[in-house]
Design a protein around this ligand. Structure first.
Ligand code: FES
Length: 568
């Protein structure tokens, strides 16, 4: 990259009033600090309100070392941080907002390449979406998972243990004191959830998409090798700028196909469907909901991690991590797919060893066969719905039963323990889609009625237009599109209606006569009044349905990194 071609040269390269202003206010840099040196933005989602990303200042320092070593100038900048555990009404409401922050921060500043520091669930897709719409060289450094949780000699996993312990507590198997003691044992170190929840899934997607260095996903946050990876990423992004290796050259259709297949093999989160669709939309790659079924459903589950299996991310790293999985998958992976380190996916994984066959199974002896996400359709979900069979109860994957309907999340919380339900019931939740909530919260894994838990029932078919935490499990049908709040068929379901789920046939049917449905449709009224203004107004007006990645309609596409007009 000739120095005068750098974006940053349009700020720092001129010997005139404008150059004076841009350089002088940077204060403390020698006058020639920026001469021909790529400026690397370090996009930091550090926040004490996002505890999974609270160690990112140290990671940023390691990235800076690498950037300096390679002859670049690192400049750290903050963007909106989305913490899954604290942010209300749901972090997903703000994913698109954060992506706008990232996109405009990169484009409007003297940045030649960017390192994206990602961790807690939504911080990964929002940063990748923003960078993709700007199309500069970009590399992701994930913050890494927490160390394994330990409670009374047992391993417990983020999120997954919460759902299990809550069920045990509500059914009287453990006391409230036990429940509270576990709280202090689960989150033992810096890092994000260490199950194969959405954060670990998206960090693995980063690796499968070629956007991160090998082993980006699994190195624990507390492991010194995480700092080394950050430093190496700092070195590499400077080279990427010189090579003009922009994110659009990495995010090819083949890389998305690799990601879908890896997601199936690792037992990844259903949230990956929504986020990958949104990212693909930003770079103009044609990716559709049905691609997840066509490419992923027949894939075997190789990685034995909670919630689909037993182990946690720390074990996954010691066993070989994502490179070992990609190697195991052989030629179903596009091995010539490009990656940020300049090598292909095949070159990066050709010699990747596996050190523990219990954690990463050989392809001829998988944990489960045909375990990828299934896409369902039928008169209850004309535009699709998803289910993760690897986290479901096998006998419920084909089931017909009467609906027990909740009109909202609040209705569910108020009545779940008093409804008339049995083991054949199908729980239905409305009003939790992108526009209806708004923001599509992770409430699809509805708690089971206490009476059924006490009788030893561990799972029911549950259907909603919501999402589900990647740490959750059960026979849970999610992302029903169109959602109930815009009058999708889910809005018409009433208590006692027969619903049929048949995952093998990919069907989700509401067995109510068409003339009765027509009567209900004519009488249907949207229930929740739309907010008067503010960001929620923008969100409701422009968010697309789940089958389109729930991005804003006006954010689809790449707007490039052309240098905007001078500010003074
Ligand atoms: Fe941050 Fe799970 S709460 S990754």
């Amino acid at each position: 990259m000739p120095p005068e071609k750098l974006r940053s040269a349009r700020w720092f390269g001129s010997q005139d009033r404008d150059g004076f202003i841009h350089r002088s206010w940077m204060r403390g840099f020698p006058r020639d600090a920026f001469d021909g040196r790529p400026v690397i933005g370090i996009c930091n989602t550090w926040s004490e309100l996002t505890p999974c990303n609270a160690h990112f200042r140290e990671i940023a320092e390691r990235v800076k070392r690498g950037v300096y070593e390679a002859g670049g100038v690192p400049l750290e900048f903050p963007v909106m941080s989305l913490g899954e555990t604290n942010l209300r009404p749901t972090a997903m409401l703000f994913r698109n907002l954060a992506s706008m922050d990232v996109e405009e921060s990169i484009r409007g500043n003297p940045i030649d390449g960017v390192v994206l520091l990602c961790g807690c669930d939504k911080t990964t897709p929002s940063l990748v979406m923003g960078a993709a719409s700007c199309d500069v060289p970009a590399i992701v450094v994930s913050g890494g998972p927490m160390l394994n949780g330990r409670f009374r000699g047992e391993t417990i996993g983020s999120g997954t243990a919460v759902w299990q312990l809550d069920e045990a507590s509500r059914s009287g198997k453990i006391s409230m004191a036990d429940f509270m003691e576990a709280e202090t044992c689960m989150s033992r170190s810096a890092g994000h959830c260490m199950t194969m929840g959405t954060a670990s899934t998206m960090a693995s997607m980063v690796e499968a998409l070629g956007l991160g260095l090998p082993q980006n996903a699994a190195i624990p946050a507390a492991d010194s090798r995480r700092a080394t990876l950050a430093q190496m990423a700092g070195r590499r992004i400077v080279e990427m700028v010189h090579q003009d290796l922009r994110i659009s050259r990495i995010l090819t259709r083949n890389n998305f196909e690799n990601a879908i297949r890896v997601n199936a093999a690792i037992g990844g989160s259903t949230n990956a469907v929504i986020h990958l669709l949104a990212i693909a939309g930003r770079v103009g790659v044609e990716l559709h909901l049905d691609d997840f079924d066509r490419l992923g459903h027949d894939m075997p589950l190789l990685v034995n991690l909670q919630p689909s299996g037993t182990f946690l991310m720390e074990d996954f790293y010691y066993a070989g991590g994502v490179p070992a999985v990609v190697r195991e998958l052989g030629n179903v992976i596009h091995r010539d797919a490009p990656t940020v380190n300049g090598k292909t996916t095949g070159e990066n994984t050709a010699d990747a060893p596996c050190w523990n066959r219990e954690v990463i199974r050989p392809i001829e002896n998988p944990l489960k066969q045909r375990a990828g996400i299934a896409v369902l359709r039928g008169n209850l979900a004309p535009d699709g719905a998803v289910i993760k069979p690897s986290a479901a109860t096998a006998r419920l994957l084909r089931h017909r039963g009467p609906a027990v309907v909740f009109e909202s999340v609040e209705d569910l919380k108020a009545r779940v323990d008093s409804v008339d339900a049995d083991e054949n019931s199908v729980m239905v939740l409305k009003g939790a889609g992108p526009k209806g909530y708004p923001g599509m919260p992770e409430v699809g894994n509805m708690p089971l009625p206490r009476r059924l838990l006490e009788r030893g029932v561990t799972d029911l078919v549950r259907i909603s237009d919501a999402r589900m935490s990647g740490t959750a499990y059960g026979t849970v049908v999610l992302h029903v599109s169109p959602e109930s709040a815009i009058g999708g068929p889910l809005a018409l379901v009433r208590d006692g209606d027969e619903i049929e789920l048949d995952v093998d046939a990919r069907r989700l049917e509401l067995h109510v006569a068409e003339d009765e449905l027509a009567r209900r449709r004519a009488a249907w009224k949207a229930s929740a009044p739309a907010p008067n203004g503010g960001y929620q107004r923008l969100y409701i007006d422009h968010v697309m349905q789940a089958d389109r990645g729930a991005d804003f309609d006006f954010l689809v596409g790449c707007r490039g990194a052309a240098v905007p007009r001078e500010s003074h």
